[in-house]
Design a protein around this ligand. Structure first.
Ligand code: SF4
Ligand code: SF4
Length: 486
């Protein structure tokens, strides 16, 4: 086992709260009564339904196909009846789950391992996306990495978000499948060396993976200091290899590919068994849940059914979060479903939340020290507060990971990360609006040119016609004159 080469810049020590679930083996929630399958569980356009309301579907059946770039198919995790297909800002297919279960075809162990392109195609057909939360299509990420010479593959087992213990349990319980997935990714990318980065607050996972990799000459397990956000690709690469990824560069451009633990296991299941991504492990935790748990659930399971499975609520939570407390998204609707990128459901009490009352900045500089991207949060916020988006952009607001470290350490409880999230969205909207204006200008210039060309062509045709009829008149006059003289 290796140790980290260096401690990355910034980083904080938030209260981990992992002890609530880290020793609890993964249980399975088999049959929720219904599933709400979002059609957008990836970075591209929403998938297109290929089933109709009233149709009976089987487990693993494809119910929506990918729709262009960065879009992946959606499969039904269970057999049931399609009761609704909704549109709007969260288009979904809703399935009433049957008591009797059937699946499209039995899972098969592939006789021979496929070639690289066939492996990528299996990953694509399985609808696999980054399961750490980014939901970037896995096949696209792997294909994009092939444009570069990938020398190093890093498996991100840091799981630095407080409360979450999904990757910890997966490494302890499904280490063989993880190693299988690593080998497939290594075959696809031709990475010469693999590092499995695990924070040192997961001693069992470190020991398990180290034992499994003992006879693997190209795979090393690295113990990382438990810091937040160690799971961010740039921080992890710096800690393991000592290599810094310059601003504006992708890690793949520097020959390093980072993959999540759950995604690597999903790749193993797709390539080895032809199995689509229909289930995932989540951590259910927080002071308001009766029985904190690690659960394997069908994707699409509503939070209400997960809470019921975990013994219900002790009290009304002060906040519900999908994902970790630092980067997860707060939600209020108990029917919110689990997606491919949901790593946890947190039901938090008031005493688990930051102070709700922000005060004035005391210019302590703690946010600057905490920022893993070496940004100046207090100055960026000052620019965003006066709508000075261009200056905030120059200061690097788009580089912000939205990791929440600055907000966490701020003694004035200023919601810095919320400002940066809003700033990035605003800059994105401005970029789209600029692109639209540019497209409109180009289209109207092209239309003007076309109209001018058509007008010129009409004029030329008219002139040619006039010249033709002039010639005919002249020939007739010559003919008449010749007739008279003869
Ligand atoms: S941590 Fe908060 S109070 Fe301190 S400088 Fe940053 S914004 Fe101001
Ligand atoms: S949220 Fe952004 S600005 Fe704040 S610490 Fe993280 S990367 Fe830095």
């Amino acid at each position: 086992m290796l140790n980290a080469k260096l401690k990355p810049h910034g980083c904080i020590h938030p209260l981990s709260r992992k002890e609530l679930t880290s020793d609890l083996p993964v249980e399975t929630l088999y049959l929720p009564s219904r599933l709400i399958l979002r059609l957008q569980q990836h970075s591209g356009a929403p998938a297109l339904p290929v089933v109709k309301v009233g149709e009976q579907v089987k487990a693993y059946q494809i119910i929506a196909r990918g729709n262009g770039r960065m879009s992946v198919p959606v499969h039904s995790p269970l057999a049931g009846e399609v009761t609704e297909i909704t549109s709007g800002n969260k288009p979904s297919i809703i399935i009433k789950v049957s008591a009797e279960q059937s699946q499209v075809s039995p899972l098969q162990l592939l006789e021979e391992l496929p070639e690289r392109d066939a492996m990528l195609s299996l990953v694509e057909q399985a609808g696999i996306v980054g399961m750490g939360g980014a939901m970037f299509p896995a096949a696209d990420k792997l294909r994009m990495s092939l444009r570069h010479n990938i020398e190093t593959l890093i498996i991100n087992g840091s799981e630095c978000e407080p409360y979450l213990t999904v990757d910890d349990r997966l490494m302890r319980e499904q280490g063989e499948q993880l190693l299988g997935g690593i080998k497939f990714i290594q075959q696809i990318t031709k990475a010469q060396h693999v590092y499995i980065g695990i924070e040192d607050n997961k001693p069992e996972a470190l020991a398990r993976m180290d034992a499994l990799c003992a006879d693997e000459p190209t795979v090393d397990v690295v113990a990382l200091p438990a810091l937040y956000p160690m799971g961010s690709a740039k921080q992890m690469i710096e800690a393991i290899t000592g290599q810094q990824i310059p601003r504006g560069k992708r890690s793949t451009e520097m020959g390093v590919l980072v993959q999540n633990v759950g995604t690597s296991i999903a790749i193993f299941n797709a390539v080895r068994f032809g199995r689509p991504l229909t289930h995932r492990v989540i951590t259910v935790s927080g002071g308001a849940i009766e029985r904190p748990s690690n659960l394997m659930v069908p994707i699409g399971t509503p939070v209400s059914e997960i809470i019921a499975f975990c013994g219900g609520l002790k009290n009304k939570p002060a906040r519900m979060v999908m994902g970790g407390p630092m980067m997860g998204k707060a939600f209020t609707d108990l029917h919110e479903p689990i997606t491919k990128g949901s790593s946890g459901v947190l039901l938090l009490n008031e005493d688990e939340l930051p102070s709700p009352r922000p005060s004035a900045c005391v210019r302590c500089g703690r946010c600057v020290d905490a920022c893993p991207m070496s940004l100046a949060p207090l100055e960026m916020v000052a620019e965003l507060k006066i709508d000075n988006f261009d200056t905030a952009k120059k200061m690097g607001v788009n580089e912000c990971l939205l990791c929440g470290s600055c907000s966490y350490v701020c003694p004035a409880a200023i919601p810095l990360t919320e400002y940066f999230d809003w700033g990035q969205q605003e800059l994105y909207r401005q970029r789209l609006a600029e692109q639209k204006t540019k497209r409109t200008c180009l289209n109207s210039a092209a239309r003007r040119e076309r109209l001018e060309r058509e007008a010129q062509a009409r004029e030329a045709a008219k002139a040619a016609k006039a010249a033709q009829s002039g010639n005919r008149r002249a020939s007739r006059r010559v003919a008449v004159t010749e007739e008279k003289t003869s």
